[in-house]
Design a protein around this ligand. Sequence first.
Ligand code: NAP
Ligand code: GDD
Length: 370
Amino acid sequence: MAKRAIITGITGQDGSYLAEFLLAKGYEVHGIIRRASTFNTKRIDHIYQDPHSPNTRLYLHYGDLSSGDRLTDLIYDLQPEEVYHLGAQSHVKVSFEVPVYTGEVNGIGTTRLLEGIRRSGKDTRFYQASSSEMFGSAPAPQNEATPFRPRSPYAAAKLYSFWTAVNFREAYGLFTSNGILFNHESPRRGETFVTRKVTRAVAAIRAKKQTKLYLGNLAARRDWGYAPEYVEVMWRMLQQEKPNDYVVGTGEAHSVEEFVGEAFSYVGLDWKDYVGIDSRYLRPTEVDFLLADASKARQELNWKPQVTFRQLVRIMVDADLEAVGLPVVGEGKKILEARVSHWHHWDAAVSSALQASEGQAGDNVTTETK
Ligand code: NAP
Ligand code: GDD
């Protein structure tokens, strides 16, 4: 029997990579998506399967983290072995503008899911997408023993979820694990996060469709990794004998300015000719320096990222050059071809993992997304 997993946030960067990863492992995957007036499934269109097909292993269900009934019903009906809770209002700056909504979705949304699992009575394993943002102003490097000092409504809400997951583990014996992930990026990164904003701008400037890029704080330092490597570690956490909490990051930090410099110079441009500062991108309280000490994940989960900062920049710039119809510089593409497996690719080609493996499909539960 194929294992069954629910992914919240399946249409996001991580959710889409995780869905590919789990399908390649033979799972039956159920994603929760929001109703929108336009399609919001761009990142998973290439793995979408017709629910009428006998070998379907990917199912999509409407639901929203701000409403509990539907989540409880889905957990009760599907009885999944694993739930990966990735859905969130994930933008830190936006959380200052919509703090109540962010708390509702990123905080209480988690309790809704955990209550559904508790009440279902099944020993479902639960992954909580916790964040390095929870460390806030705590001095770097940060590990599992570092005290949390959140600096945004986003971080405060994530902290609520972190402790709720821990509490359900201690109070009810649920298998809940927190992945405290540091920033991870890819060509599927949302367009308003700084890395993708920069790599898209580099491509647009090269294509002569843009002349200027406005950013906020260039001094902030982040531990940036490559997203597909991070979804694998989520899965590893749920395969352990016991639930636990893990810091996940590369152990190397760079400033926003360094990222910008690296991206522009990769295509032969000097960033100082194009970048301006706009105070609207500054945050009321900033997180200055995030740097992971991921030794616990390395030892217990045998996890070590392969893609370096420089390589990450090249992968993302190449992908965005291709997206605007320009020839790629090529180093980024070469890195993926040489070093990592097929499901890391950025384009929307039908996943060969899916074509290759024919898993067990369950009954079609619901899906009316197309
Ligand atoms: P993302 O690309 O912004 O994806 C967020 C997902 O959540 C999307 O599928 C989104 O749906 C969904 N969502 C948002 N609000 C929802 C709601 N009210 N009900 C149901 N679904 C909702 O984020 P990501 O980068 O993949 O990150 C995945 C998770 O890891 C998030 O919880 C994030 O906070 C956390 N995290 C990310 C990083 C990172 O560096 N990427 C690091 C640490 C932790 P739509 O597509 O419809 O918007
Ligand atoms: N978004 C954005 N836009 N950030 C900018 C800009 C800009 O124009 N200019 C400078 N920055 C700085 C931000 O102030 C921040 O210090 C840094 O770039 C990174 O910002 P983001 O890319 O928006 O990511 P984040 O670190 O705030 O949050 C991401 O990582 C967290 C993990 O640490 C998100 O993915 C969160 O969901 C995640 O939890």
